[in-house]
Design a protein around this ligand. Sequence first.
Ligand code: GDP
Ligand code: MG
Length: 177
Amino acid sequence: NGEEDQTQDYLFKIVLIGDSAVGKSNLLARFARDEFYLNSKSTIGVEFQTQKMHIDGKEVKAQIWDTAGQERFRAVTSAYYRGAVGALVVYDISRRQTFDSIGRWLNELHTHSDMNVVTILVGNKTDLKDAREVSTDEGQALAEAQGLFFMETSALDSSNVTAAFQTVVKEIYDILS
Ligand code: GDP
Ligand code: MG
């Protein structure tokens, strides 16, 4: 009944992955605290941040995990992925090399977590229009080929940041509820 629905608790673990400096920590800072750091260092990284959201009138908690910079050494551990039901796989639209790494990150994700983890490919830093090296079409095509959601974002000007996280949480909710 309705009372039971009220007390139902949803907690979804979602991981942020992708090359160093693509903006993972700033996407989380923008989403959870509406903050942005121009010269962020790994020190701003928290282990995870829990964000309450409302879907279909229900309270859902997204527990979003951020690396503390260990991706620089390709040393993201299996504990980081354990129990994840969602993932944002992030590249920087102004650095093609970070887009070329996506396949490796997807392999790593699927090695350490469930094949069904809800995944969105995120092309961050759309504010850097003049420095773009990866087109929207290329991002979209990769996402379609891999069966991923896709969105381009800017943690700097906030565009699509909430939408990217919400897409993942809504899909997880629809699958699990
Ligand atoms: P991480 O290593 O993936 O966690 O990346 P950070 O969040 O630490 O960001 C790395 C650098 O990119 C920092 O200097 C940020 O200020 C910058 N940055 C992050 N997101 C954006 C964005 O959307 N636009 C621009 N122009 N810079 C960004
Ligand atoms: Mg970081």
